[in-house]
Design a protein around this ligand. Sequence first.
Ligand SMILES: Nc1ncnc2c1ncn2[C@@H]1O[C@H](COP(=O)(O)OP(=O)(O)O)[C@@H](O)[C@H]1O
Ligand SMILES: [Mg+2]
Length: 238
Amino acid sequence: MLRRVLDVRELSAGYGDVEVLKGISLYVNEGEVVAIFGSNGSGKSTFLKVVAGVLKPWGGTVHFLEEHIDPLPPEERVRRGVALAAEGRRLFMGMSVEENLILGGWTRRSRVKENLERVYSYFPELSEKRKTLAGDLSGGQQQMLSIGRALMSEPRLLMIDELSLGLAPAVVDRLAHILLTVREKEKISLLLVEQEVSLALEVSDRAYVFDLGEVVDEGPSEELLRRDSIRKTYLNVL
Ligand SMILES: Nc1ncnc2c1ncn2[C@@H]1O[C@H](COP(=O)(O)OP(=O)(O)O)[C@@H](O)[C@H]1O
Ligand SMILES: [Mg+2]
């Protein structure tokens, strides 16, 4: 049977006294690419923050590789293989490409060198720009750096919030292609939050549709691509 890397049940969370996530259940199998999409403010980023451990849940459970991780702080989750490339990329803009990557490898200190080479093999452009300040990179290169930094921790589950945001379609295609290579080579699972629904459904095995903090649709991506309600609402196809 396929092992669940991530298994979230009935998760609720919010900010102050405002409930944002209202009982989300979602799982990711080993080696799977799972996409989450849905309108702005539907709770996608909030969901990833709870899984990463930077936001406390109000209720429900999060299991990672069959262990209950709710009590664990974010650093311990990173050690166990949870990585988040956050929305907005959150790079240290005044530091070089390589310095940003090294910071991403703090949980695997003894393997920083190998992991740098590994990340550079996926992103040759970063290798050429190792000494360049993150702030001087193009948007696409910054996204590569954000993903590369997450890969430095040798994740079992890589979560990426808004992969395509602000990037040209050709750049997004390349990033998607690289991610599928990473998945293939490292047998890791990917959880992608993506506004661009056609892209989300093309690169993923399964997908979840969030609306107002709830899962309103889910299924194999091929099936969702053919579903009339999805095509009308998210793909502008009549
Ligand atoms: N730090 C925060 N403090 C208060 N409310 C927030 C915060 N972050 C997000 N929210 C609110 O939570 C809801 C869900 O936001 P978010 O998870 O960012 O949605 P999405 O990523 O799907 O666009 C929105 O109504 C948003 O305004
Ligand atoms: Mg978001």
